[in-house]
Write a protein that binds this ligand. Structure first.
Ligand SMILES: [Zn+2]
Length: 124
């Protein structure tokens, strides 16, 4: 269950950061998910909403943002969004949209990032 460990990892990161900043409550969290991260956003969101119970991010609004796949083509030098074949969920095929080469360097779209955290502090 990939999404479960990922959800727990994100929550741990958010809680650690928030507690380090003396937060009393986490109000909003934005999580970026790359298209190649092999994560089902709905499942991730569901699990996060379960796992935040009884933490300071219990009432936080969790926003998930999809990140497109960015590539640099070794054949023609094209830089930009890669063409992703999403038929196969295990190993997505990525092609250069210009010359259809598979010789690519992936610049973006593989990571899961906690983009921003909004917290409430005692003084606010
Ligand atoms: Zn190309």
């Amino acid at each position: 269950m990939h999404e479960l460990s990922m959800a727990q990892g994100i929550i741990n990161t958010v809680l650690e950061t928030s507690e380090a900043n003396d937060a009393t409550e986490v109000k909003k969290v934005v999580v970026e998910i790359g298209k190649l991260a092999m994560i089902n956003p709905e499942q991730l969101l569901f699990m996060m909403n379960v796992l935040v119970e009884d933490t300071i991010m219990e009432d936080a609004k969790i926003e998930i943002v999809d990140i497109p796949v960015e590539i640099e083509c070794a054949e023609c030098g094209h830089k930009g969004n890669g063409k992703v074949d999403e038929e196969d969920h295990y190993v997505p095929m990525i092609e250069c949209p210009k010359c259809e080469s598979n010789a690519l360097r992936i610049l973006n779209g593989q990571d899961i990032i906690v983009k921003s955290i909004e917290i409430e502090k005692p003084d606010d």
